[in-house]
Ligand binder design. Structure first.
Ligand SMILES: Cc1cc2nc3c(=O)[nH]c(=O)nc-3n(C[C@H](O)[C@H](O)[C@H](O)COP(=O)(O)OP(=O)(O)OC[C@H]3O[C@@H](n4cnc5c(N)ncnc54)[C@H](O)[C@@H]3O)c2cc1C
Length: 510
């Protein structure tokens, strides 16, 4: 045995790196193994959609990527149908258009600042666990070696080796009829619409930018990113995948667009530095791990769930898995976790993943070819004129509808803490950069209750315009207890102590 680590994370993708940062903030330095010799230049996500944008803000990471957080967007897309978010009362759909490789680079830098070691070119190949530890086989640039760890987290993507080695099932479906072609390309100016930023297509008017446009034969998207225009066409085919399919060309992308739009859009070579995307993707997997934890092995991100990328929900789910798991795993390792804390990772996050699976499958159905789908879309379009429906879908996509099991009946208990601003102008996001739990006490009277947890929970007083007089906020941003009483009574105080014990362990006085 070469070494024994506290925590080994397999995979330095976005979710593995985010988890590494969260663990480091909680005082644990994980070792990250990444099989690639250097960070990938492949780009997958073009942006973040939903609450995850605010999660980054609450760690000071949004600022590093894109400056101050922007307000929620006035419109989005669901199943290639417009979601008019000006209709809703509470719009929580934030979008951040940043390529995944930049997100990964930023998280890699942050992890390094926090002292995390990322071993590039080291691949996890074997795993065995007993009650006390996990033994890992790793192949590095100098050959194979063995490593011990108290916990291992598989953040190694949809084909997760960790998941397979741990024997965790990954049931679901593979839709192999979908083929999509994507490319960064230039489009002649005569086809662009400067007013809307969209694409003029004869016979179809202007296709809005960043919109999924469905036809009876497929789906088209035109995305004029500042870094280069991205075009995507998706079709359905009954043809078998050719054995030796040649690499995709710009002409293939153009031909696919022609079949989907019934229009020949001239495409030129992309401009600018790159790297440029030119990709063919076949098939679509929708799968959910049987469990997110088996003993000392845990899964986050794509290792635990894969689904269609429609609507961009992947990192909203995966990065919040990481933020949910980090503080719980650190507390467990430090021996101060209350009983069952680590189990709440799965009981809280798997239902969220189930809903993402549900809405991406529903969207995939809505973009499928066929007259019956066209009729379904007409009906769905009528429903999307109702503010309540739009609110429901927007909350589903952003994650604002997530409520973890509350300890009280206060409406904020179990919910994501609102983006409040204290009277001195301090935003909650500025108080949460260290990922420590907070008691926001606007009554100024609860400090005594916190005495037994003062080593773990910070006490913040002041005032904010929010539907509560005190909130206990977990490191992942969720409310663990709340009251609206101007003068909290014994029952409130008892419930607060119960919440402190439930989430942060025994009082120092116990
Ligand atoms: C075409 C496409 C478009 C997408 N668009 C969006 C979008 O717009 N918005 C969005 O939020 N999401 C999007 N997604 C989803 C998003 O890209 C994924 O959810 C995300 O990459 C998952 O991150 P991860 O860290 O879990 O896994 P990955 O990104 O797959 O990273 C896993 C890492 O583990 C490493 N690894 C694998 N095996 C081992 C091993 N045995 N040992 C050590 N290291 C290993 C890999 O090299 C890799 O670096 C898109 C996905 C695709 C395919």
């Amino acid at each position: 045995m070469e070494d024994t680590e506290d925590i080994v994370i397999a995979g330095a993708g976005p979710n593995g790196l985010m988890l590494a940062c969260e663990l480091a903030l909680a005082g644990v330095r994980p070792l990250v193994l990444e099989r690639l010799p250097e960070p990938t230049t492949e780009n997958r996500a073009n942006g973040l959609v939903g609450q995850v944008v605010r999660v980054l803000d609450r760690r000071g990471l949004h600022e590093r990527l894109a400056g101050p957080i922007a307000p929620p967007v006035p419109g989005f897309v669901f199943g290639a149908m417009r979601l008019d978010l000006t209709l809703v009362e509470r719009n929580s759909l934030n979008v951040l258009g940043v390529p995944q490789r930049r997100i990964e680079a930023m998280l890699g830098e942050r992890a390094a600042e926090l002292g995390v070691e990322v071993r590039h070119g080291h691949e996890l190949t074997g795993l065995a666990q007993d009650a006390d530890a996990v033994t890992l086989d790793v192949t590095g640039p100098d050959g194979p070696y063995r490593l011990g760890a108290r916990y291992v987290v598989g953040a190694d993507g949809g084909r997760s080796v960790t998941r397979k080695l741990a024997g965790i099932g990954f049931p679901g479906v593979t839709e192999d009829r979908a083929v999509s072609h994507s490319a960064n390309a230039t489009v002649p100016a005569e086809f662009t619409d400067p007013g809307s930023g969209g694409l003029r297509v004869p016979g179809r008017g202007v296709i809005p930018p960043f919109f999924h446009y469905r036809t009876e034969t497929g789906l088209f998207a035109y995305a004029p990113f500042p870094t280069g225009t991205l075009v995507t066409a998706m079709e359905w085919t009954d043809d078998e995948e050719p054995a030796d399919e040649p690499p995709v060309t710009l002409d293939d992308v153009r031909a696919s667009i022609r079949r989907v739009l019934d229009f020949d859009l001239p495409l030129g070579a992309p401009e600018g530095e790159g790297p440029h995307l030119l990709r063919r993707l076949r098939g679509r997997n929708t799968r959910l791990a049987d469990k997110f934890r088996d003993g000392r092995v845990l899964l986050v991100g794509d290792a635990a769930h894969v689904h269609s990328a429609i609507g961009g929900p992947g990192l909203n789910l995966g990065l919040q898995d990481a933020v949910n798991l980090g503080w719980k795993l650190a507390a467990t390792l430090g021996g101060r976790a209350p009983a069952g804390l680590l189990d709440t990772y799965e009981s809280e996050r798997r239902p969220v993943a189930e809903r993402v699976v549900m809405h991406t499958q529903a969207q995939s159905a809505l973009i499928s070819p066929g007259g019956d789908v066209t009729a379904l879309r007409e009906l769905f379009g009528e429903l999307l004129r109702l503010p309540g429906t739009v609110q429901h879908i927007a909350d589903l996509m952003s994650g604002a509808d997530v409520r973890y099991e509350p300890g009280t009946d206060h409406p904020l208990d179990g919910r994501w803490a609102p983006d409040l601003v204290l009277d001195g102008g301090t935003r909650l996001a500025e108080l949460t950069a260290t990922a420590r739990p907070l008691l926001l006490d606007f009554t100024g009277s609860l400090g005594d209750e916190l005495r037994g947890w003062s080593d773990r929970v910070d006490h913040v007083t002041g005032h904010a315009d929010v539907d509560a007089t005190a909130l206990l906020v977990r490191p992942d941003g969720y409310v663990a207890w709340a009251t609206s009483a101007a003068e909290p009574d014994d029952t409130d105080r008892k419930a607060l102590r119960a919440a402190l014990e439930r989430w942060f362990g025994h009082s120092l006085d116990a």
